[in-house]
Design a protein around this ligand. Structure first.
Ligand code: PSV
Ligand code: MN
Ligand code: MN
Length: 386
């Protein structure tokens, strides 16, 4: 196989999971701007996700968020997805929206609240059994706002205890992906604030526990690709929540704020052998002011563009420049790949897959947006932001 053929083959296999909540209305704490045609049910979110997959050919799974996507029959929902060419993907738990969770969930000082949170997490594993989902994604809003509010160390003990109980419930082919976030909603301490804490817990739990890197969950200037390289080296990178940030956890479109960072991350993924089904490429975004379906299509394309550039890095030339200490040449190899316009290559890949070369234009031509705007009244909010 020529090198270009190998790059094309890799691009054809890449899959990006889209989140059910990205299809719903969302906003900031100041305002949620409702959009016409937004889904009213989990089924309608899947209908929209099927559109993204139809035009990109690269978004075959959809992440659910429980209870935002609560249904009576999850096996039936999985069948509904299947009939639209999709599969249900990661199950995201929610231990942050109830009044009981004011002081935390599985780290809460009161055992009854910890129990409630655990029961929810067990329910999420039951849902995975029904849907065939392989991954449980855990993000905890737990933390404190004031020094002295709670015992930092004991909260870690409670966290470890809770995680271990959930871990025990996982089937042999199921994983637990632990997500970290440096602040918000807690402002003083966060119980899983960084990759090191997530890694330490996952290491103790065992091979079915891995870390998920949400690109928006770092302080400005953090070298995320270093984290990626390190976690991959330790076989503890479970996946990504892709999005962009300018200031905080902005949840903007991936590749919008810093496409160069995304390229550097994808290069480390490929370099570290992470371009395999094991590492989940997921979006975790909200489209507050832009039209949602085309924004999600664009996001998938942004991931593909960064991946294509990373695949084009001449690794032989790079290794040679690195070995000889030729700093400028090594940097130039990376920059050459990054500065390549990969849009024609991706257009060709899409044509070879029987897709329109321009997924956003194809979606706009389809008339789907006008149809859902006419048919759907009273669209659902993504879950937060009211
Ligand atoms: C909250 O920060 C968050 O964005 C986390 O990243 C989760 O993955 C997501 O919400 C859904 O709960
Ligand atoms: Mn996330
Ligand atoms: Mn987030």
């Amino acid at each position: 196989m020529t090198e270009l053929a190998a790059v094309k083959t890799a691009l054809k296999t890449q899959a990006v999971e889209t989140p059910s909540w990205a299809y719903g209305n969302s906003g900031t704490r100041f305002k949620v701007f409702a959009q016409p045609g937004v889904p009213r049910t989990p089924q309608e979110k899947l209908d929209d996700a099927a559109q993204v997959n139809e035009y990109t050919g690269a978004a075959p799974t959809v992440a659910l968020h429980i209870p935002w996507d609560k249904v009576d029959d999850y096996a039936a929902l999985a069948k509904y997805a299947q009939e639209r060419g999709l599969k249900l993907g990661t199950i995201n738990s929610n231990t942050f929206q109830d009044d009981d969770y004011k002081l935390g969930s599985i780290c809460h000082p009161d055992a009854t609240v910890r129990r409630k949170a655990l029961d929810h997490l067990f329910e999420c594993v039951d849902i995975m059994d029904a849907t065939g989902s392989k991954d449980l994604k855990l993000w905890f809003a737990d933390g404190t706002n004031y020094p002295g509010q709670d015992d930092i160390r004991e909260r870690q003990d409670r966290l470890a205890e809770g995680l271990a109980l959930v871990y025990e419930r996982l089937g042999d082919d199921q994983r637990m992906l632990l997500e970290y976030k440096f602040f918000e909603p807690a402002f003083y301490t966060t119980d899983v604030p960084d990759w090191g804490t997530a890694y330490a817990h996952c290491l103790k739990l065992g091979p079915k526990a891995q870390v998920v890197v949400d690109t928006g969950h770092h302080a400005p200037g953090t070298n995320i690709e270093f984290i990626v390289a390190t976690l991959l080296r330790e076989r503890k990178l479970g996946g990504f929540d892709f999005n962009s940030r300018f200031y905080a956890d902005d949840d903007l479109m991936v590749g919008a704020a810093d496409p160069f960072q995304l390229f550097r991350i994808m290069y480390e993924v490929i370099r570290g052998g992470g371009f395999t089904p094991g590492v989940a490429f997921m979006l975790d975004q909200c489209h507050n002011i832009e039209a949602k379906i085309p924004a999600i299509i664009r996001s998938v394309m942004n991931v593909q563009e960064a991946t294509a550039k990373a695949l084009l890095v001449d690794r032989t030339a790079l290794a040679e420049a690195q070995r000889t200490g030729d700093v400028l040449a090594a940097n130039a190899v990376l920059m050459d790949a990054y500065n390549t316009d990969v849009r024609p290559l991706l257009a060709q890949v899409r044509s070879e897959m029987g897709l329109d070369a321009d997924p956003v234009a194809a979606y706009h031509r389809s008339g789907y947006a006008a149809r859902i705007a006419a048919e759907r009244v009273g669209g659902q909010q993504a879950g937060w932001g009211a």
